[in-house]
Design a protein around this ligand. Sequence first.
Ligand code: HEC
Length: 127
Amino acid sequence: MKRLSLACSLLALLMAPMLMASVGTGQWLKHVPEQDRVRSNPLAHDPDATAAGAKLFHSDCAPCHGADAAGRGSRPMLRSERVRRATDGELEWLLRNGNLAHGMPSWSRLPEVQRWQIVRYLHALPI
Ligand code: HEC
Protein backbone atom coordinates (compact mmCIF):
# COMPACT_ATOMS: atom_id res chain seq x y z
CA MET A 1 0.00 0.00 0.00
CA LYS A 2 2.79 2.33 0.94
CA ARG A 3 4.57 1.51 -2.26
CA LEU A 4 1.41 2.23 -4.24
CA SER A 5 0.96 5.67 -2.72
CA LEU A 6 4.62 6.39 -3.37
CA ALA A 7 4.11 5.39 -6.99
CA CYS A 8 1.07 7.66 -7.15
CA SER A 9 2.98 10.62 -5.73
CA LEU A 10 5.77 10.02 -8.20
CA LEU A 11 3.29 9.86 -11.03
CA ALA A 12 1.70 13.13 -9.88
CA LEU A 13 5.12 14.73 -9.76
CA LEU A 14 5.89 13.56 -13.26
CA MET A 15 2.54 14.69 -14.59
CA ALA A 16 2.64 18.17 -13.07
CA PRO A 17 4.93 19.70 -15.69
CA MET A 18 2.87 18.09 -18.44
CA LEU A 19 -0.29 19.65 -17.07
CA MET A 20 1.46 22.96 -16.61
CA ALA A 21 2.61 22.85 -20.21
CA SER A 22 -0.99 23.30 -21.19
CA VAL A 23 -1.27 26.65 -19.36
CA GLY A 24 -1.41 29.75 -21.36
CA THR A 25 -5.17 29.73 -21.26
CA GLY A 26 -5.52 33.20 -22.67
CA GLN A 27 -7.59 34.26 -19.66
CA TRP A 28 -5.59 37.48 -19.52
CA LEU A 29 -7.28 38.63 -22.71
CA LYS A 30 -10.51 39.06 -20.76
CA HIS A 31 -8.87 41.66 -18.52
CA VAL A 32 -7.69 44.00 -21.26
CA PRO A 33 -9.73 47.23 -21.12
CA GLU A 34 -11.35 48.24 -24.40
CA GLN A 35 -9.29 51.44 -24.74
CA ASP A 36 -6.09 49.35 -24.55
CA ARG A 37 -7.35 46.62 -26.86
CA VAL A 38 -7.92 49.05 -29.70
CA ARG A 39 -4.65 50.96 -29.37
CA SER A 40 -2.68 50.77 -32.57
CA ASN A 41 1.04 50.23 -32.75
CA PRO A 42 2.76 53.59 -33.36
CA LEU A 43 5.60 51.60 -34.98
CA ALA A 44 3.31 49.73 -37.38
CA HIS A 45 5.17 51.18 -40.36
CA ASP A 46 8.65 51.41 -38.87
CA PRO A 47 10.85 49.03 -40.89
CA ASP A 48 13.38 48.66 -38.05
CA ALA A 49 10.93 47.87 -35.26
CA THR A 50 10.78 44.09 -35.74
CA ALA A 51 14.56 43.69 -35.63
CA ALA A 52 14.76 45.88 -32.52
CA GLY A 53 11.98 43.78 -30.96
CA ALA A 54 13.89 40.59 -31.78
CA LYS A 55 16.89 41.84 -29.82
CA LEU A 56 14.76 42.66 -26.80
CA PHE A 57 12.98 39.33 -27.09
CA HIS A 58 16.24 37.44 -26.99
CA SER A 59 17.48 39.22 -23.89
CA ASP A 60 14.24 39.53 -21.92
CA CYS A 61 11.82 36.85 -23.09
CA ALA A 62 13.82 33.95 -24.51
CA PRO A 63 14.98 32.74 -21.07
CA CYS A 64 11.37 31.76 -20.35
CA HIS A 65 9.68 31.36 -23.73
CA GLY A 66 12.68 29.91 -25.59
CA ALA A 67 14.85 31.54 -28.26
CA ASP A 68 12.51 30.09 -30.88
CA ALA A 69 9.43 31.24 -28.90
CA ALA A 70 8.22 27.65 -28.86
CA GLY A 71 7.64 27.77 -25.09
CA ARG A 72 9.25 25.91 -22.25
CA GLY A 73 7.38 23.92 -19.63
CA SER A 74 4.77 26.20 -18.10
CA ARG A 75 5.81 29.13 -20.31
CA PRO A 76 3.54 29.10 -23.32
CA MET A 77 4.52 28.93 -26.93
CA LEU A 78 4.22 32.37 -28.52
CA ARG A 79 4.08 31.11 -32.08
CA SER A 80 0.41 30.48 -31.72
CA GLU A 81 -2.95 31.42 -33.15
CA ARG A 82 -3.79 33.18 -29.90
CA VAL A 83 -0.78 35.50 -30.08
CA ARG A 84 -1.32 36.03 -33.77
CA ARG A 85 -4.97 36.94 -33.24
CA ALA A 86 -4.32 39.20 -30.24
CA THR A 87 -4.37 42.87 -31.21
CA ASP A 88 -1.23 44.98 -30.91
CA GLY A 89 -2.94 46.80 -28.06
CA GLU A 90 -3.73 43.56 -26.20
CA LEU A 91 -0.13 42.40 -26.40
CA GLU A 92 1.21 45.77 -25.28
CA TRP A 93 -1.23 45.70 -22.36
CA LEU A 94 0.01 42.25 -21.31
CA LEU A 95 3.63 43.33 -21.54
CA ARG A 96 2.92 46.48 -19.51
CA ASN A 97 0.88 44.72 -16.82
CA GLY A 98 2.23 41.21 -16.86
CA ASN A 99 0.24 38.39 -15.36
CA LEU A 100 2.41 37.68 -12.39
CA ALA A 101 -0.07 35.37 -10.68
CA HIS A 102 0.53 33.06 -13.66
CA GLY A 103 4.27 33.68 -13.92
CA MET A 104 4.38 36.37 -16.60
CA PRO A 105 6.34 39.42 -15.35
CA SER A 106 5.44 43.02 -16.12
CA TRP A 107 7.67 44.92 -18.55
CA SER A 108 6.52 48.35 -17.45
CA ARG A 109 10.14 49.28 -16.72
CA LEU A 110 10.89 49.18 -20.45
CA PRO A 111 10.21 52.39 -22.36
CA GLU A 112 6.84 52.09 -24.10
CA VAL A 113 8.47 52.25 -27.52
CA GLN A 114 10.38 49.05 -26.73
CA ARG A 115 7.16 47.22 -25.83
CA TRP A 116 5.73 48.20 -29.22
CA GLN A 117 8.92 46.90 -30.86
CA ILE A 118 8.45 43.56 -29.08
CA VAL A 119 4.81 43.50 -30.20
CA ARG A 120 5.96 43.90 -33.81
CA TYR A 121 8.33 40.97 -33.31
CA LEU A 122 5.61 38.80 -31.73
CA HIS A 123 3.31 39.43 -34.66
CA ALA A 124 6.10 38.61 -37.11
CA LEU A 125 6.74 35.18 -35.59
CA PRO A 126 5.96 32.26 -37.85
CA ILE A 127 3.39 29.85 -36.43
C1 HEC B 1 9.83 34.52 -15.89
C2 HEC B 1 9.36 33.90 -17.09
C3 HEC B 1 8.81 34.77 -18.20
C4 HEC B 1 9.45 35.81 -18.86
C5 HEC B 1 10.85 36.35 -18.62
C6 HEC B 1 8.52 36.24 -19.88
N1 HEC B 1 7.37 35.52 -19.82
FE1 HEC B 1 5.75 35.72 -21.05
N2 HEC B 1 4.74 34.36 -19.98
C7 HEC B 1 5.25 33.63 -18.93
C8 HEC B 1 4.22 32.75 -18.41
C9 HEC B 1 4.38 31.76 -17.26
C10 HEC B 1 3.07 33.00 -19.19
C11 HEC B 1 1.67 32.36 -19.04
C12 HEC B 1 0.77 33.34 -18.34
C13 HEC B 1 -0.69 33.05 -18.57
O1 HEC B 1 -1.03 32.25 -19.39
O2 HEC B 1 -1.50 33.69 -17.93
C14 HEC B 1 3.44 34.00 -20.17
C15 HEC B 1 2.57 34.49 -21.14
C16 HEC B 1 2.94 35.30 -22.18
C17 HEC B 1 2.10 35.69 -23.28
C18 HEC B 1 0.64 35.23 -23.50
C19 HEC B 1 0.66 33.95 -24.31
C20 HEC B 1 -0.69 33.33 -24.49
O3 HEC B 1 -0.79 32.43 -25.31
O4 HEC B 1 -1.67 33.70 -23.81
C21 HEC B 1 2.83 36.49 -24.09
C22 HEC B 1 2.38 37.14 -25.39
C23 HEC B 1 4.13 36.63 -23.48
N3 HEC B 1 4.17 35.90 -22.33
C24 HEC B 1 5.15 37.37 -24.00
C25 HEC B 1 6.35 37.61 -23.34
C26 HEC B 1 7.35 38.55 -23.81
C27 HEC B 1 7.26 39.32 -25.11
C28 HEC B 1 8.35 38.54 -22.87
C29 HEC B 1 9.60 39.40 -22.85
C30 HEC B 1 9.41 40.84 -22.83
C31 HEC B 1 8.00 37.58 -21.85
N4 HEC B 1 6.77 37.05 -22.16
C32 HEC B 1 8.79 37.27 -20.77
C33 HEC B 1 6.54 33.69 -18.43
C34 HEC B 1 7.49 34.62 -18.81
